[in-house]
Design a protein around this ligand. Sequence first.
Ligand SMILES: [Zn+2]
Ligand SMILES: [Zn+2]
Length: 333
Amino acid sequence: MPPRENQEFTHALGIQPNAIVHLYSDTKHKGRVEKFLENTIETCRSDAKVIWNDNVEESYRVGRNGQCDLKCIDAAKGPMYYEDHLPIATFENVQKGARVVRGPGWDDYNNYDGGRGYLGTVTHVVDFRGTLKQVVRVQWDNGNIKDYSLSSHCLRLFDNGPSGVYHEGYVCDCCPTKEYIHGIRWKCDTCHGFYLCNICYMSDKHDLGHIFQRIVAANVREKMQTSREHPGSPVKRQSYGIFKDATVVEVAPEKRDEKPGTVIDICGFKEDTGRSEVEVIWGKDGSKSSHRILDLEYVRGGAFFYYYDQLPALGRGTHLIMLSNDAINIIKQ
Ligand SMILES: [Zn+2]
Ligand SMILES: [Zn+2]
């Protein structure tokens, strides 16, 4: 780059501190952008550590960002689960990255999943607005990919920890770590203020005669009809897929040939999403709230200066240059 003092100085307009904005969903009220927020997303059980036969260890996404970089040659056994206590996948509770198993309305006669209890990752969620058609794309751990309509109840949500769902302020009363619960949270209906994480609930922690409420996300909760040991209680099943000891290959091998590796650990991930959210102070009452840049429409103000020629052009012959690649933030050339 040439020295900055010889460069033309230009100013940019857009969603920047001091810009006046309104929400796309509420154009009446205007607010002023206070600052960009540094955001981290913490996902749980979203990555697999693999050891390859040349003893190199590497981590791969298994759910994180709605991606699964691995497929099983040999699935490993995962945790047991009370089938009927897993929520049926709906638009309310499924996000990209969620891990799913087949549900009561399973109608995929080709059994792309590989069988009952075999896991897959939700890679896309498609909402056909105005219709009742709600479709998710699942990449099964065996590598098969298929679209499923949620209205047929063909999937159950096995774990939404990899989507980044966690319950701030709530810790599992049976886990030694005192981290907030990631994924599905269980609240005992008998004992006051007693919570379990999904792994502890499914592995029979706490009194099996107690009925629990299942809390999938902040406002998505449901009381179970039975306890775990009730005579008519749900069948406990074995899960299979990309778990510890599974034999895997990369879905899209880049560096190595198709020699399989072994999963040695399933772990979480902390990711800095950069400046993709801003804090807005609203004119009507002075209240503050944070919003994704994509939810806001720019009205005016918020100029800042930049060195025009020192920002990368987005490909040859385009009319756009990149202002910041932390967020999708583009200005016209
Ligand atoms: Zn626990
Ligand atoms: Zn209890």
